[in-house]
Design a protein around this ligand. Sequence first.
Ligand SMILES: Nc1nc2c(ncn2[C@@H]2O[C@H](COP(=O)(O)OP(=O)(O)OP(=O)(O)O)[C@@H](O)[C@H]2O)c(=O)[nH]1
Length: 408
Amino acid sequence: MTAGKNEARQGASLNWCVEFHDAPLEALYRRTMRLQDAQQLRYALWLIAATFLLFIMADYVLLGASGTFLILAATRIGVTLSCLVLARYITRYPAQAHRPLPLNLVYFAAISGLLLTIYLHPGSVGLHISSIVVASLTIYLLVPNRLTWILVWNGYLSFGFILLALLWKPLAPGMLASALMIIAFANLMGWLTFSRLNRLQRKQFALLMDERDVNRKLQSEIEERQMLEAQLRHMASTDPLTGIANRRHFFELAERELTRAQREHTPLAICMVDIDLFKTLNDHHGHAVGDLVLTTVASCCASVLRETDIIGRYGGEEFVIALPQADLETANSIAERLRDKVTSLQLPMLPLGQRLSVTVGISQVAHGETRLEPALQRADEALYAGKSRGRNCVVVAGEAPPAITAKA
Ligand SMILES: Nc1nc2c(ncn2[C@@H]2O[C@H](COP(=O)(O)OP(=O)(O)OP(=O)(O)O)[C@@H](O)[C@H]2O)c(=O)[nH]1
């Protein structure tokens, strides 16, 4: 979400119906409120049903088992049933709570029923006005609905009552004016309270959405940073040409293995691998081909090693390998395997038949040695002994350290 959108949402403006001007935001708000509205609607319907039902008893006390009572009771039962049916329907299909048709049908039944009971009921004008006021506030505040429909049903209720008052139960002009004022005031109160509640709720929702946007932005920034950090770590520890560990990282890993080897009294072998006559290859085929050959040899070396072995680019065309848990004999056979594999490499960048070879010098970390350099030095000397013996061979450093042999 962009900063612009954030600002727009913080100041999310509402129209006269107390809904967001921004249609997608309003749709999101309504979707978010759907379950809550469905529950509130169910409670409201049960309450209205119970109220209508209870009034049957009051009617009986007032009218006895007369014909008017029976019509009143039938009307009240009709309204009660329509409320209960809708409540059941909403329980099953909560999404329908926001559909205008089911609710408006029940509104029509309930308000018409109320107007009919007012017409039939022998109660005083005061009682009738009170029930209109209660019904009006119920429409505004108890039953969740959109303002336009709320106004429609309150209009039906108020004008229905005025019509009744004028046609069937004529009121004195003063009484009628008072009744109109009370009903108008109830509508005003209901409208204002509805607007205030909805305004607060929507502002709160807009703030929550803003907060979520900020959190999402922060989260993606954190992820981006973590990715960059990982990339930097990778770049700082990897040789960019061959993709294997660079010298610094090799030392970090190999020194950790050295500590472990000394602590657990296990062997640790070091191999120095150098591509033979690489200068000639470079001079004949160019630096770019030389680079390709270096990369190929590096991955060839890595492919003969175990997960726990460590390979790094020592410099130029020289690689270094640390072999944990390997004594000179094991290291020798690994180095031979490696040499064989390099010799058998088919290199498409070189003329047909031209083969590569490597010379490998091997040493083993001696008991009590706390640094890698002496073993590296011995491996290097063995490597140069191999070079002077004619290359393409594996040479073990002169002195094998006593007493440490590979674990079975
Ligand atoms: N293409 C390429 N060449 C490199 C790179 N680093 C070092 N070299 C070349 O590797 C060659 C190393 O050659 P030398 O160490 O003299 O020996 P050699 O030709 O391999 O001969 P021996 O080691 O005696 O078998 C030099 O020509 C360097 O320029 C690199 O990253 N890419």
